[in-house]
Design a protein around this ligand. Structure first.
Ligand code: NZQ
Ligand code: ZN
Length: 385
């Protein structure tokens, strides 16, 4: 196991009725900007619950944060923050609203000339407005981590940033808020959380027994609970398990002290930037091919995954790896997330464009050993067709 330091300051309020916790969590004298997306929170009653908990407070609103939130939209919120001297942000929605709010929090106090440099990583983020979250879509882990992924529409860049000051102060996770998710977002959430676990797990054996067993337990939970949430949208226990699994998948715990490989996410971000695919759709396409092309390098862990998660215990090593990949692909498909580029009507002409994006973003030595060069990415993409 590698050395590590782990600190996660986000308080979690989990369970039915927990939106009420906002009354005590949000400072009484705060000038609040409530941020949200395209309106799902108005249809499912979350908006009303939030305003009830904040009755009598000074609350302004910023709506219209889109899936894969854009710099262009978020800078309008930054303007609003400055004009109205907002001092607290409350994100209500899915990962895009939470990520967007992290950017607003950082950009509002940014002292450099161009806030886009927050994403290019040229200068670290040292200050951000305090913010909390009410999560309505379990998937990204953004409710308990400090990361955010922002898209610049003008240039087609989708980039991530993170900083010690962009953890939510608190997050409310009420599984009943997820009852209204359409099947597409349920499937997306399961796949995104699944791939977060895989990218912190599927590298080489690191003698990290706790992290491995936690990861395998989370994967098994998603495999058991994901289909239940699709079949019975109002099953509280499945929703609760799904929600907590997705949070645990990317809150720092399972990734502490182990090698990681974010190749699937990095290629996926280029696909979303170019073709507008949902984040999880890109992951469902890329992960099986990453497993296939890197089967030698990742063989020991793929076999461990196959055995402990899927019960694959016979056959040659190569056969077991093939079976583990097939099970993974089949699981994503069963969650109604297609796993080939063709299924999204994307052909081989996309490959040079994606490689160009990876090159521009200096993603030329990815993976746990830096072995994923552009040539290897090209092979991965060919296997995605
Ligand atoms: O905008 P509204 O109307 O709210 O509708 C949203 C949106 O259309 C809808 N939705 C959310 N909660 C709902 C609901 N519909 C009905 N009932 C509810 N309870 O779902 C749609 C998708 O929402 P979005 O927030 O975009 O989805 P998700 O949570 O999957 O977030 C995806 C974004 O997170 C980034 C992705 O790149 C992508 O931009 N990621 C962030 C990470 C992080 N911060 O750590 C890590 C991830 O790897 C990921 O990259
Ligand atoms: Zn993700």
């Amino acid at each position: 196991m590698n050395n590590f330091r782990l600190h996660n300051p986000t308080r979690i309020h989990f369970g039915k009725g927990q939106i009420e916790a906002l009354t005590n969590e949000v400072p009484a004298d705060a000038k609040i900007l409530m941020t949200y997306g395209g309106g799902s929170i108005k249809k499912n009653g979350v908006y009303d619950q939030v305003l009830r908990a904040l009755k009598g407070r000074n609350v302004l609103e910023f709506s219209g944060i889109e899936p894969n939130p854009t710099y262009e939209t978020l800078m309008k919120a930054v303007e609003q923050v400055k004009t109205h001297k907002i001092d607290f942000l409350l994100a209500v929605g899915g990962g895009s609203v939470l990520d967007g709010t992290k950017f607003i929090a950082a950009a509002a106090l940014w002292e450099g000339s161009d806030p886009w440099t927050i994403l290019t990583g040229d200068a670290p983020v040292k200050k951000a407005l305090p913010f909390g979250a009410v999560l309505t879509l379990p998937a990204t882990g953004s409710e308990m981590n400090s990361g955010a992924v922002i898209t610049k529409k003008a240039t087609g860049d989708k980039l991530a940033f993170g900083s010690l000051v962009t953890f939510p102060l608190f997050s409310v996770l009420d599984p009943t808020t997820t009852f209204s998710l359409p099947p597409r977002q349920i499937g997306n959430g399961v796949v995104d959380a699944f791939v977060h676990i895989m990218e912190q797990y599927l590298t080489y054996p690191a003698q990290a027994a706790v992290q491995d067993r936690f990861s395998e337990g989370l994967l098994l939970t998603l495999i058991e609970e994901g289909p239940k949430t699709l079949a019975n949208p109002n099953d509280y226990d499945s929703r609760a398990n799904m929600m907590w699994a997705a949070t645990m998948a990317l809150n720092g715990l399972i990734g502490a002290g182990v090698p990681q490989d974010w190749t699937t996410h990095m290629i996926g971000h280029e696909l979303t930037a170019l073709y507008g695919l949902d984040h999880a759709q890109t992951l469902a396409i890329v992960l099986p091919s990453v497993m296939h092309i890197l089967r030698k390098q990742k063989g020991a862990k793929i076999i461990q995954y196959g055995s402990r998660v899927w019960g694959i215990n016979s056959g040659s090593e190569s056969e077991r790896i093939d079976q583990a990949i097939a099970k993974t692909r089949h699981f994503f498909e069963s969650m109604q997330v297609p796993t080939t580029l063709k299924a999204y009507k994307i052909d081989s002409s996309a490959i040079p464009k994606i490689l160009e994006g990876l090159k521009r973003h200096e993603m030329t030595a990815m993976g746990e050993t830096g072995a994923v060069t552009l040539e290897v990415s090209a092979k991965i993409l060919e296997a995605c067709l």
